[in-house]
Design a protein around this ligand. Structure first.
Ligand code: V47
Ligand code: SF4
Length: 386
């Protein structure tokens, strides 16, 4: 039975809204509120999956990437963050030199990795010129790797310290080789929530301005939402609505990544993590409401590989990448993924196991390779039931 045939039998308010979504109509924030509070999870899943399959069929995207995390020292003090260490002695912190970071890059020259993702704490000594020079050196050593780097929070601080405008700062980084921006730092845009969880860093307006300017400079970016802490559904809807509005103007977002709040070792550890049903609902709502952002990503190092696999039936079409054990952010926040690394064979198996087509992509979602018929020497048999 399809989602549309279920909906024809009992047109309640929820079903009427879902029917409109299935007919390609844009949902209002009030529609989203009704769905979030009242819709049956099974129905939301069915509609989100129908939309996902209309957009991408059975394809599930992944890429081959590695992370560089230059430092975990940070001038900010977000209450949800388990990763940052301030500048007190004896804190478990690191700070990488340019040479150390280039050492990581050199390891990947000649490999199949297509993207480096640079993200870290906000360190006062790591300036715009430091990062422009780093990006330039990466480009020289590895001319084909796509460089995705720096959250809007890192950029806002760097540009402010360098006394340049957002446009000038982005132009400097772009000229040196930066190609796109990751989606971090968005958290929840609502001012009252932001004031509670990350009051001293880039505001919602600054985050949105940096991404809008990047899009105007032909740089693509991702967007995120940190959910499952002190925010309510209304705040999530407002957040997604602001991203949807910006996307209407620029079409520059590649994907949306809902990030589940993890509660280990941070100032919000007393807040329990939400149940898996809440994760499924949030992703399905995102697929239904964000009608102009092409991809929905489940970032498996944060949500865990099993939930990520399940989310492929709730609107998700992208699992990020192989990562190669090079990120610490989520392990430190309590994710079940303590050493996040999946080989390409693992990732392909994860996708095939739920009858989807594993499709390697580049950073801009150009398709690189369909793995449907690929057999790895050590690939375990995939049991399929339909
Ligand atoms: O902005 C920090 C989040 C983000 C916690 O663009 C936490 O492809 C949950 O944005 N629980 C940074 N989340 C990472 C990020 C990202 C990751 C992967 C891919 C991409 C992409 C972007 O991590 C922060 C914040 O929202 N975060 N602490 C925590 N305790
Ligand atoms: Fe710093 Fe980012 Fe952690 Fe906030 S989330 S404290 S900006 S590293």
């Amino acid at each position: 039975m399809t989602a549309s045939s279920v909906l024809q039998t009992a047109p309640t308010a929820v079903e009427a809204i879902l029917n409109r979504a299935l007919h390609g109509e844009r949902l209002s924030t009030e529609d989203a509120r009704v769905l979030y509070y009242e819709a049956d999870l099974g129905l939301l899943a069915s509609v989100a999956n129908t939309i996902r399959e209309r957009l991408h069929g059975n394809k599930t995207y992944f890429n081959r990437n590695f992370h560089i995390e230059p430092t975990n020292k940070c001038v900010f003090d977000c209450t949800f963050c388990s990763y940052s260490r301030n500048f007190q002695p004896n804190e478990a912190s690191w700070e990488m030199s340019k040479e150390q970071m280039m050492g990581i890059v050199k390891k990947y020259v000649g490999t199949d990795a297509t993207e480096v993702h640079i993200v870290g704490g906000v360190h006062p000594k790591m300036s715009l010129l430091f990062f422009a020079d780093l990006v330039k050196s990466i480009r020289e050593v590895h001319p084909t790797i796509h460089i995705k780097g720096f959250t809007a929070v890192e950029l806002e601080y760097m540009f402010r310290k360098a006394k340049v405008t957002v446009r000038e700062g982005l132009e400097v980084l772009k000229t040196h080789g930066l190609q796109s921006l990751p989606g971090g730092g968005a958290e929840i845009f609502d001012a009252s929530i932001r004031n509670e969880i990350c009051k001293d860093k880039a505001s919602a307006a600054q985050w949105l301005e940096i991404h809008e300017t990047a899009h105007q400079l032909d740089m693509h970016s991702n967007c995120t939402m940190l959910y499952g802490h002190i925010e309510r559904y209304e705040h999530r809807i407002d957040h997604m609505n602001r991203l949807r509005d910006l996307q209407d103007r620029t079409q520059g977002f590649n994907c949306f990544i809902p990030l589940k709040f993890r509660n280990k070792d941070n100032e919000m550890s007393h807040i329990p993590e939400v149940a898996i049903q809440e994760d499924l609902r949030t992703y399905a709502m995102a697929r239904i409401f964000m009608d102009n952002i092409p991809h929905l990503k489940a970032y498996w190092p944060m949500i865990g590989r099993n939930t990520a696999q399940l989310l492929l039936s709730f609107g998700v079409d992208d699992l990020d990448g192989t990562i190669d054990d090079s990120t610490k952010i989520y392990a430190m926040a309590g994710s079940e993924e303590q050493n996040p690394s999946l080989s390409t064979a693992d990732l392909v198996r994860l996708i095939k196991q739920v009858n989807r087509i594993p499709m390697e992509r580049d950073s801009l979602y150009n398709e690189l390779k369909d793995y449907s018929n690929e057999r790895f020497p050590d690939e375990p048999a995939v049991q399929q039931y339909n």
